[in-house]
Write a protein that binds this ligand. Structure first.
Ligand code: ZN
Length: 282
């Protein structure tokens, strides 16, 4: 299968283990105390529009197939499924502080929370888990305080700045300093694929300084624009105090690679979910 990659500073690493394919950030892989991965469609047992590594229980899939997919991706990335902790994503900027009491919530136990788009923890071997099909995953590692964060930033989460909310929560809970953080902006929709209307662009104009607008969107005519969520997220991180050389921006667009990643845009909504995973090793 041919991977279409965007030009840039970084290239995400492909891993294939027992037929299961996932990708990782070289910047974050350099920190040995942490485990992370972002799934692809490749290596699961789901069928049709959900083929084959669908990681959602809420898109009409047979739950037993989804559980088998989790067993496979867990074996590939290297974590235990009873340690998974899921978000409950509704495009908010709400970040949950995850503790040992949350182990398994969303997978082996019911979640007792709603409207959570970001997770942070300092508990080793809890697997922060978030879901995607074009929206932007943000992976945070604090190697000094051994803390992590993982957030879902679609356009609404980007305008409401879940990136800064995650940084602030890590500062408050773990004493993390923004300048120590390593952050990965993960596989999601690229600017060339992401057409939006005027009302969305107006929200970005209201949220960013005018000098940044030329980097955030291009006008296509007829009230249509192409929005750059990767750059908007990068600007959010810089504004929160993260250093530019400690941010890795993905080179993989979900919509440019619809055979490899689930893409809401490319599939017209007929799709499964990808997932991001992040864990403190020990
Ligand atoms: Zn694209």
């Amino acid at each position: 299968m041919e991977w279409k990659r965007k030009p840039g500073t970084w290239q995400m690493t492909e891993h294939t283990k027992k037929g299961v394919c996932y990708v990782s950030f070289p910047l974050l892989d350099a920190e040995r105390g942490f485990v992370h991965g972002f799934s692809t469609r490749i290596g699961g047992v789901s069928e049709g529009d959900l083929s084959s590594m669908n990681l959602s229980f809420t898109r009409g899939d047979d739950p037993e197939r989804v559980r088998e997919n989790y067993r496979r991706i867990a074996a590939a990335v290297g974590f235990e499924t009873d340690r998974l902790v899921f978000t409950h994503q509704t495009h908010t900027n709400h970040v949950r502080v995850v503790t040992e009491a949350d182990a398994g919530k969303g997978f082996v136990r019911e979640r007792d929370y709603t409207d959570v788009d970001g997770l942070v923890t300092d508990v080793p071997q809890l697997v922060l888990t978030t879901f995607y099909a074009d929206c932007v995953p943000l992976f945070f590692i604090d190697p000094i305080h051994k803390a992590i964060g993982l957030s879902h930033s679609g356009w609404r989460g980007t305008v409401s700045d879940i990136a800064a909310a995650t940084v602030r929560t890590m500062q408050g809970e773990y004493g993390s300093r923004p300048e120590d953080l390593l952050v990965g902006i993960g596989p999601s929709i690229c600017q060339d694929c992401y057409e939006v209307s005027e009302d969305v662009v107006e929200k970005f104009r209201a949220s960013y300084e005018e000098k940044l607008w030329m980097w955030l969107y291009r006008e296509k005519g007829n009230g249509k624009y192409e929005l750059n969520l990767w750059e908007a997220c990068r600007q959010n991180l810089l504004r929160a105090g993260v250093l530019p050389d400690r941010i890795e921006v993905t080179d993989l667009c979900t919509c440019c690679n619809p055979q490899i990643f689930f893409s809401h845009r490319a599939s017209g909504g007929k799709r499964g979910n990808l997932a991001g995973f992040l864990m403190i090793r020990e």
